[in-house]
Design a protein around this ligand. Structure first.
Ligand code: UDX
Length: 429
């Protein structure tokens, strides 16, 4: 099929590369000249497993081309919109990039096509957009959300556990099935608003699971239980499941924080007070504060203390620092006059402009922890877990504190090396 993908960010680029790899003829439209230049030269502007290979294969075969504008005439079967939907300051969704993309399609469309909305928009938005831009055009609007995790997006594209097709009439269903013919997953056909709601409800549920387990971890500390055992016991119940039950410093990234806020606001705007979701957001906002209070207790005050933050990316295997708990922790510690260093294997350049002044940055864990009296593990990078902690301790200063914000390190081993170890909800060794 002929496909135009508008936007070459995480979602658009993965979609474009995977669709080209599946044999479709794809044109990626990217308006940022720097990004476009990289794409055309075969270098992906994002760090994502397998994407460089798929990009160069697509360019080499000619199945994938890029342009800074929509082709004219459009001459396509599908237009897929995958532009950003960032948060506005009040948490509402900024739809301006979507509106711009739809206005451009609407201005030039003449032959029938299916418009697939991949970007996440709050429930109810698609119906209004379809009406506003395509009421008198040969365009069928389809809400077809993605469930891609950063770092595993290509795998998630092919191994997805559902394809959701939200449409007001059944005509585009055959085209979408053809588009995803090589993906074996159940297809759910529904209306536009329900499809949009599936995406937000999925993210809200997973975020709630994380906030729930973080609350249980905090409770474990209050009552003297151990979160590792509690989670093991919980996860073995298939009705609960073991995934997304890792306690820690809370969720970050480009989706959960933004989508939970947007759904909360959209619910309110539609007259519904989604109290559970509000609590999920509140718990997540508080979790870095809980960690800072813990460090304060362990260090007997924070002022002037040398603290190393291990990890800036919002999770391992990505250089994405959007809404990373590391940034919140750095700002909180800075406010309390701690002296900060931070370490990350790949995310330093992205984090630098978002960190408070004076944070010393390094990709080397031994350099970053030299002379520090405490380290806080924020991102569970394998290189941190597998570091030589005996060597690390030699470089550190009294009282050798580790706050393991992801419960990823081995408490007994570290205590044996002379560290004062604390996790999140883990019983003291
Ligand atoms: C998420 C969804 O998983 C994906 O389906 C959606 O399309 C986009 O948002 P992503 O943001 O890439 O994907 O990351 P994910 O792996 O889901 O983790 C999100 C955050 O939750 C990370 O900060 C991670 O550290 C945190 N997390 C995850 C926990 O704190 N505990 C867990 O048990 C799982």
């Amino acid at each position: 099929m002929r496909v135009i993908v508008i936007g070459a960010g995480y979602v658009g680029l993965v979609a474009g590369c995977c669709l080209a790899n599946s044999g479709h003829r794809v044109t990626g439209v990217e308006s940022d000249p720097a990004k476009l230049a990289r794409l055309v030269s075969g270098s992906a502007p994002i760090k994502e497993k397998d994407i460089d290979r798929l990009l160069s294969d697509g360019l080499a075969s000619g199945q994938l081309i890029f342009s800074d504008t929509l082709p004219q005439p459009l001459a396509t079967d599908v237009v897929m919109v995958a532009v950003g939907t960032p948060s506005l300051t009040d948490g509402a969704t900024d739809l301006s990039y979507i509106q711009q993309a739809l206005a451009e399609v609407s201005a030039v469309v003449s032959e029938p096509l299916v418009l697939i909305m991949k970007s996440s928009v709050p429930p109810g938005t698609g119906r209004r957009l379809a009406q506003r831009y395509f009421a008198d055009k040969p365009v069928t609007y389809v809400a077809n959300p993605e469930f891609l995790r950063e770092g595993q997006a290509v795998n998630d594209w092919y191994q997805t556990n559902r394809i959701v097709i939200g449409t007001e009439d059944s005509t585009p269903v055959a085209a979408i099935r053809e588009l995803y013919a090589d993906i074996a997953a159940p297809v759910i056909t529904t209306d536009i608003t329900s499809a949009e709601t599936i995406k937000y409800a999925a993210n809200a549920f997973l975020a709630t699971k994380i906030s729930f387990v973080n609350e249980i971890a905090n409770l474990c500390e209050a009552v003297g239980a151990d979160i590792d055992y509690v989670v093991e016991g919980l996860g073995l119940d298939p009705r609960i499941g073991k995934d997304f039950l890792r306690a820690g410093l809370g969720y970050g990234g480009s989706c959960f924080p933004k989508d939970t806020r947007a759904l909360n606001l959209s619910a309110l705007n539609n007259g519904y007070d989604f109290r559970l979701l509000k609590s999920t957001i509140e718990v997540n906002t508080k979790q870095p504060i809980v960690a800072v209070h813990k460090l304060d207790d362990m260090l007997g005050g924070l002022e002037g203390k040398e603290i190393a933050i291990l990890g800036l990316a919002f999770k391992p295997e990505t250089d994405d620092v959007r809404e990373s708990p590391a940034l919140a922790i750095a700002r909180l510690l800075y406010e309390r006059d701690a002296r900060l260093r931070a370490c990350d294997p790949v995310a330093i350049d992205n984090a630098r402009p978002l960190l408070p002044a004076g944070v010393r940055l390094s990709t080397d864990i031994y350099e970053a922890t030299q002379g520090a009296s405490a380290v806080v593990l924020v991102t569970e990078w394998p290189e941190f877990i597998n570091a030589d902690w005996a060597r690390l301790r030699e470089g550190m200063a009294d009282p050798y504190i580790i706050l393991d914000g992801r419960n990823a390190l081995a408490p007994e081993r570290l205590s044996g090396l002379g560290f004062h170890y604390s996790g999140i909800g883990r019983r003291p060794a």
